[in-house]
Ligand binder design. Structure first.
Ligand code: NAP
Length: 242
């Protein structure tokens, strides 16, 4: 059995990635923060794709909770390891910097950056021992070009891109690849409330992307064919940013 952990797998891009990886033969560990109903829906879709999966609730920004969840999974599966990690959990709390509450600054950075550390660090050693691993970090166009009204989110996503590049160089010899995916506007709960009609005029492809399109890219990066791609950021944005 091959195992993949998708953080924020209950909704949006994480759900589509879970289904894609299930189709590729992975048993999916669906992490979520609070939305058990949506996580169950993802699990059903994974099962419809012909694989089994399980739900694993923890807040990626909480070090102790994350450790306990991963350790309990590991003690239930002493012979197995998680060979694919998709660090996808994320939130946005947009505001212009002049009005940004400290809580919104911290929450976005904690989930993206502390979350990356909390989940990746304990899973890395088994990947190195088994000499195979795939880590995909969900970045954003905001982390590449910076977006006004998203100084917190841009800082977090820029940080995750730098972490991707650094970690990739540490582990490449052991056949563990680390890449980031940088979506533009993708139609999920996260973009609810944005003016899609106005925004799509700024996108050369003239539409928002779908979670399934992002999942296809993640699937390729996970596949054996992508073994020589590491430390990279792949944009998927309808031409929004070049
Ligand atoms: P979404 O529909 O809002 O889903 C967010 C997911 O993250 C949910 O599964 C949620 O779990 C989970 N989550 C949030 N906080 C968490 C925490 N502290 N611990 C564990 N899980 C947590 O978002 P999305 O659009 O699919 O975004 C997924 C990723 O893509 C994010 O990193 C986002 O920044 C990035 N991204 C999205 C877009 C876009 O246009 N949609 C563009 C660029 C990048 P619950 O269901 O339990 O709340």
């Amino acid at each position: 059995m091959k195992y993949a952990l998708v953080t924020g797998g209950s909704r949006g891009i994480g759900r589509a990635v879970s289904v894609k990886l299930a189709r590729m033969g992975y048993h999916i560990i669906i992490n979520y923060a609070s939305n058990a109903t949506e996580a169950e829906k993802t699990l059903e879709l994974v099962q419809q794709a012909g694989q089994d999966g399980e739900m694993l609730k923890f807040d990626v920004s909480n070090h102790q909770q994350t450790r306990e969840a991963i350790e309990s999974w590991e003690s239930a599966h002493p012979e197995e390891y998680i060979e694919v990690l998709v660090n996808n959990a994320g939130i946005r709390r947009d505001n212009i910097m002049a009005f940004m509450p400290e809580e919104d600054w911290r929450r976005v950075l904690n989930i993206t950056l502390d979350g990356f550390y909390n989940v990746t660090q304990p899973l890395l050693q088994p990947m190195l021992v088994h000499k195979f691993g795939r880590i995909i970090n969900m970045a954003s166009v905001s982390g590449l070009k910076g977006m006004p009204g998203q100084t917190n989110y841009s800082a977090a996503k820029g940080g995750i891109i730098a972490a991707t590049k650094a970690l990739a160089q540490e582990v490449a010899r052991k056949n563990v690849t680390v890449n980031a995916v940088a979506p533009g506007f993708i139609r999920t709960d996260m973009v609810e409330g944005l003016d899609e009609e106005a925004l799509k005029k700024t996108i050369p492809a003239n539409r928002f992307g779908t979670p399934e399109e992002v999942a296809e890219l993640v699937g390729f990066l996970v596949s054996p064919d992508a073994g020589y791609i590491t430390g990279n950021v792949i944009s998927i944005n309808g031409g929004l940013y070049t």
